[in-house]
Design a protein around this ligand. Structure first.
Ligand code: ZN
Length: 691
């Protein structure tokens, strides 16, 4: 356990924030970030900290306040305003109240805030307020949990941390825990720290440094104790096993995600396949580890009480893999329903969906499940950490988790239930889109619209520099990735889909958009140029569409292919033979694919834009290449082309990549039962009305 406290950095924090919020809160912010910087102490919003100080309220009165971490803040990135000030006397008077519901606790704490705009204080705020020390630090440190999730936790804590650390039996976070902690400390006024069994560690001090350093010293002592125990670690795997897992992860992810979607959970995956994790998944004790539940109760909100273990056959057969995954998820669902019914006890609680947030597939990897990339990543991080902690705990004497009844109370506590159904998901939330020609003006325009509609997006292109520029133009977003592809290569196309599946868990919306052009009258049209245009615009769309069909049918949950066709298909232009013919071929292929794929719930539609010259700062590569020739055919200067195209349509509209993207979103949203159709995005060109 690294002690990250640095006197110089602490002084910088005081220099940065001290003038505005005072030295104490500046240092509180600094050491809170130190706790947050170490995933062995806190993960993703876990843990909380506080400082007691004096503030002047609007009456000009000096008041004692406890500035405690607000909900929604992460210790790793917290700022001074992430510790809202609660009036201390009002909070402490709650000690005299015989009992208090979670709702009353939250609303009372809100009423005690000096700033009503501040976020709700942490669920553990009262515990912080009841402790006498100025600075209080709380984490769910791995090493502490290894000690405490055990039948003999108290004597292990005493042996590892010394006699001046007091232990409190598990109590659900909230008012009761705060009261019990305050009573324990009143009975042991000289205690140096408090361990909450099956939950975490509280330390305190008169300075930020003292509270933090006590914390680190105790976690280090726990780590030292663990290191002194005889231990049996999982055997390392050889490289071939790891390579095989990494080869399979994309297809297994797609099959798994398809099964989740068919089961009613539209979500993304975050796959982990590192060698240490694969060794844990291969360990014969895996099922025992999983059955023991989370390592600290607040993980239950992110991961549910249990992970799902799915064993798939080694031979890699898609059908056998699908059956095995369906089986595992079915068993998980039934067990979850039994767990809910066993503990709901007639209270009018709303059952959460019965599908897992962490799926372990030995020989392949660990999958976090979430409605967006952040949620899937958090579930995966916690899943990986949980396995590692349990393996360590098991090696030094076993791991005893909380009983399901306690986990249920956290998973279904009223404050979490109150949040249910309050947010309306975006139309494409949980969907994955892949756009070829993703680095161009149209690709960037489509990506922006799909992201805004809630999808995650893979920009696929063969030009790495242009991809980097496109990523900057669209991003930054956790829901955006880039992938190299040459659409004329079947292998490269297959590899690009596999990369996207390994990253997000599959693909739902495929936009074959890569295209090139060449200007020449038929009589002069060079045969090689003709073949090049056909290769990208027709064969490229064919290969992308074929690969899309393969992945979408593997997943078995429908999907959308939206081919970027052209106004030229209905209204060809002279000098543009290769381009118009190639687009017509792709368009007709799309209609045939619509006929064939409808039985799988896969829609295939076409968007027919007229010339798109740019999307924001991204110019069209196609028009940069052919604009001058195209202008010559029309007897214009190249810079006059955008105006020419605008003036020739009925609405006098300049067509942008974002307009094309809006049409893609319309089809991909599935709001109309439409397939095999073409939607012009051309401002209205009468000679190119679809027919
Ligand atoms: Zn906690």
């Amino acid at each position: 356990m690294r002690d990250r406290y640095d006197a110089e950095a602490a002084q910088q924090a005081v220099a940065q924030w001290g003038a505005a919020v005072g030295e104490a809160l500046a240092l509180r912010t600094y050491t809170s970030r130190l706790l947050g910087a170490d995933p062995a102490l806190v993960l993703h919003g876990g843990g909380n900290t506080s400082v007691k100080l004096r503030r002047t309220d609007v009456y000009g009165d000096e008041v004692d306040v406890c500035c405690v971490k607000g909900s929604g803040w992460d210790l790793a990135t917290i700022e001074p305003k992430g510790h809202p000030a609660v009036r201390l006397d009002g909070a402490r008077r709650l000690l005299e109240v015989p009992n208090l519901s979670d709702e009353d606790m939250v609303s009372t704490l809100r009423s005690l805030l000096l700033d009503q705009e501040a976020p709700n204080p942490s669920i553990e705020a009262l515990l912080h307020a009841f402790l006498p020390a100025t600075f209080v630090d709380h984490s769910h440190a791995d090493a502490i949990l290894v000690l405490t999730n055990h039948a003999d936790a108290r004597s292990r804590v005493a042996a590892a941390l010394g006699p001046d650390v007091v232990c409190l039996d598990y109590v659900k976070p909230g008012f009761d825990l705060a009261v019990a902690a305050a009573a324990l400390l009143r009975a042991n006024p000289r205690a140096r720290a408090m361990v909450l069994l099956s939950h975490g560690l509280f330390t305190w001090g008169e300075t930020a440094e003292e509270s933090y350093r006590t914390h680190i010293a105790l976690v280090q002592a726990a780590e030292d104790w663990i290191a002194r125990q005889p231990a049996s670690r999982p055997a390392a795997l050889d490289d071939a096993v790891v390579a095989a897992a990494q080869r399979r992860v994309g297809r297994v992810a797609a099959a798994l995600r398809g099964t989740l979607v068919r089961g009613g959970l539209r979500a993304l995956l975050d796959a982990r396949t590192d060698p240490e994790l694969l060794a844990l998944l291969a360990d014969p004790r895996l099922d025992r580890w999983v059955e023991a539940g989370p390592i600290t109760p607040d993980h239950v909100i992110r991961t549910k009480p249990l992970a799902c273990v799915a064993r798939v056959p080694n031979d890699g057969d898609d059908e056998a893999t699908r059956v095995a995954l369906e089986d595992a998820l079915d068993r998980y669902r039934q067990a979850y329903v039994r767990y809910f019914e066993a503990h709901v006890a007639g209270r009018g609680l709303v059952a959460l969906d019965p599908l897992p947030r962490v799926v372990l597939v030995p020989g392949v990897g660990l999958f976090g499940v979430g409605s967006n990339p952040a949620a899937a990543g958090i579930a995966a991080d916690i899943g990986v950490r949980t396995l590692a902690v349990k393996a360590t705990a098991d090696a030094v004497g076993g791991f005893v988790g909380l009983p399901p009844s306690d986990l249920f109370e956290v998973e279904y506590w009223s404050l979490e239930q109150a949040k249910l159904g309050k947010s309306k998901p975006k139309p494409l939330e949980g969907k994955v889109a892949l756009i070829t020609g993703g680095a161009g003006a149209i690709g960037v325009g489509i990506a922006g619209q799909l992201l805004a509609a809630g999808a995650v997006v893979a920009l696929a292109d063969q030009d790495a520099l242009a991809l980097a520029r496109a990523e900057r133009a669209v991003g930054p977003s956790k829901g955006l990735m880039t992938v190299h592809v040459d659409v004329t290569s079947p292998e490269a196309t297959a590899a690009a889909f596999d990369t996207v599946a390994a990253k997000f868990g599959g693909v739902d919306i495929v936009v074959p958009n890569a295209g090139i052009a060449h200007v020449a009258p038929v009589i002069e049209l060079d045969a090689d140029a003709w073949r090049r245009v056909l290769d990208v615009n027709a064969s490229g769309v064919f290969l992308t569409t074929r690969e899309a069909a393969r992945w979408l049918t593997l997943q078995g949950c429908g999907g959308d292919i939206v081919i970027i066709s052209s106004k030229n298909v209905f209204g060809p232009g002279e000098g543009f033979g290769a381009y118009s013919a190639s687009k017509a071929a792709a368009h007709q292929l799309g209609r045939v694919a619509a006929l064939e794929l409808a039985q799988h719930g896969i829609r295939v539609n076409m968007v027919n834009p007229d010339a798109v010259f740019a999307q924001g700062a991204i110019p069209s590569g196609l028009w940069a290449a052919v604009g001058p020739d195209r202008a010559r055919v029309r007897g214009l200067r190249a810079e006059d082309l955008p105006a020419f195209y605008r003036e020739r349509n009925l609405l006098r509209a300049e067509v942008t990549g974002a307009h094309v993207g809006a049409a893609v979103v319309f089809f991909a949203s599935g709001v109309t039962p439409t397939t095999g159709a073409a939607l012009p995005v051309d401002g209205g060109v009468a000679t190119a009305f679809p027919r």
